[in-house]
Design a protein around this ligand. Structure first.
Ligand code: COA
Ligand code: AMP
Ligand code: ZN
Length: 432
């Protein structure tokens, strides 16, 4: 039933005691970094001693901008020789955000992943196909080490090449797969093209879906298409990646592992805590990461703490599925994108006019990012070969920046509808 019963079912007061102990350790480590070394509030809290986890509110927040500003080493709290891996998040302009891990950190992360998967009913007898980007994306190696720790036969399939994904599933009898929800529509289509039905022609019983927002209805549709149960997996690079919060077999919200993270929900405008049950921005602190502790990270994800205990017996509180963001980041094909990244590229090009807009659409079951770009008058009238070249150039530049190939539409100046007041830069017309 449990991967680590004593920790997963710890009574709330012992859990808070453990959090205080671990937070004290994390802060002692954090001040070794140049970023947190400059923060007097940490010293004050350590000097007075932490008596309640709520005292974390005496510390300042950390933002994605802080991580970028102190790139590349400003948050490193360990000797470089002890660091064994870095990951970096998609979706930043300029410097990426980087997270460093030592051996302890990787082991702790793999353990959280194994615990999460076990809670969703995955067992060592399963064959687990990880259909997710490896490399710097955390969903690749993050899942990989957890799957191995749990003892499943792992298939590190990576993203893309849908016919090959299906062949792998059938050749090796995959029983569990991890993929982002929007890709599963495309995969199902390829099953149909091959005259196959995943319900009949595979041994899949479980899908792990995450890395992007999706609704309960979308989950049910995926379950129906594949004949499986699908479990929501939440994480972010700054808190390792996947393995932060995960649904158990009750499918009633995501247990957030409170022995490894402190969770706060704040009002993104006043920055004050909101009561349990109310939606606000998720703020998280690492409790078991040595090479790079991160304190009160503003995730920008909107969610709420679900009230009441879970019938599974785990005492770690549950988060509701993510309902949005308090900034303008969107996720397409599992890659995070800020409109400013696109704008930064376009505005450097002399041929490009003042306006652009990003339209997200589901085309033949695949989510696509269309970028409409107004081209200056002289260019628009100009030679078609030049326009064609410009279109290809913009496609490459954006693809290199956001890791997804956009469909570029060059349009006449003045043809993008003007919104009253603030320009609407992103139109999300994807099938939800
Ligand atoms: N996961 C897995 N495969 C995906 C995918 C996703 N999120 N999004 C698209 N694909 C597949 C496509 O179906 C296509 O394969 P197929 O034609 O055989 O079906 C192939 O990848 C290339 O698709 P295309 O639309 O041409 O890709 P792109 O150039 O716009 O984007 C990706 C390239 C998909 C490789 C890139 O967006 C990526 O790596 N996404 C995965 C990110 C990820 O795993 N995030 C989770 C982090 S925890
Ligand atoms: P990254 O740092 O690249 O791993 O991206 C992390 C972001 O992906 C989070 O902050 C969320 O916005 C989003 N995300 C991850 N998992 C989920 C999920 N299960 N539901 C909704 N959004 C998610
Ligand atoms: Zn539960």
């Amino acid at each position: 039933m449990y991967w680590e019963q004593s920790l997963e079912t710890l009574d709330r007061s012992s859990l808070e005691k453990l959090q205080i102990e671990r937070l004290t350790n994390s802060l002692q480590l954090a001040v070794r970094s140049s970023h947190y070394g400059r923060c007097p509030a940490i010293g004050r809290l350590l000097d007075s001693g932490i008596k309640s986890i709520e005292q974390i509110r005496d510390l300042p927040f950390t933002t994605k901008d802080d991580l970028r500003r102190d790139f590349p080493w400003g948050f490193l709290a360990a000797d470089k020789k002890d660091v064994v891996r870095l990951h970096s998040s998609s979706g930043t302009t300029g410097n990426p955000t980087v997270v460093y891990h030592n051996r302890h950190d990787l082991d702790s992360w793999a353990n959280l992943m194994a615990r999460s998967l076990y809670a969703a009913g995955v067992r060592e007898t399963d064959v687990f196909q990880n259909i997710c980007g490896y490399g710097l994306f955390t969903g690749g190696l993050g899942f990989q080490y957890g799957i191995e720790k749990l003892g499943c036969l792992s298939i590190p399939a990576g993203a893309g090449n849908s016919p090959r994904q299906i062949k792998l599933m059938r050749d090796f009898g995959t029983t569990v797969a991890h993929a982002i929800p929007s890709y599963l529509g495309r995969l199902f289509d390829v099953f149909k093209e091959e005259d196959l039905d995943p319900r009949e022609d595979t041994r899949l019983h479980t899908l792990v879906i995450g890395a992007e927002p999706h609704t309960e209805e979308h989950r049910r549709r995926i379950e129906e298409m594949f004949g499986v149960r699908a479990f929501n997996s939440f994480g972010l690079s700054e808190m390792n990646g996947p393995g932060v919060a995960f649904e158990c077999i009750e499918q009633n919200g995501l247990h957030v592992w409170e022995d490894a993270f402190v969770v706060e929900i704040i009002d993104p405008d006043t920055l004050e805590p909101v009561p349990d049950g109310e939606i606000g921005e998720l703020v998280m602190t690492t409790l078991d990461r040595q090479a790079m502790p991160v304190i009160r990270f503003r995730t920008r994800d909107l969610t709420r703490i679900l009230p009441g205990p879970c019938p599974c017996g785990r005492t770690h509180r549950r988060l509701d599925r993510i309902s949005g963001r308090s900034d303008d980041m969107f996720i397409i094909k599992g890659c995070n994108v800020f409109p400013m990244q696109v704008e930064g590229i376009l505005m450097k090009l002399p041929e490009v006019g003042d306006d652009y807009r990003i339209i997200l659409q589901t085309i033949e079951d695949q989510d696509e990012m269309i970028v409409e770009v107004e081209v200056k008058k002289d260019w628009f009238r100009g030679d078609l070969t030049l326009l064609d070249r410009l279109q290809k150039h913009i496609t490459h530049l954006i693809r290199d920046e956001v890791l997804v190939r956009p469909l570029i539409r060059l349009v006449e100046p003045g043809s993008i509808p003007k919104a009253e007041g603030k320009a609407v830069r992103v139109l999300d017309q994807r099938r939800k």
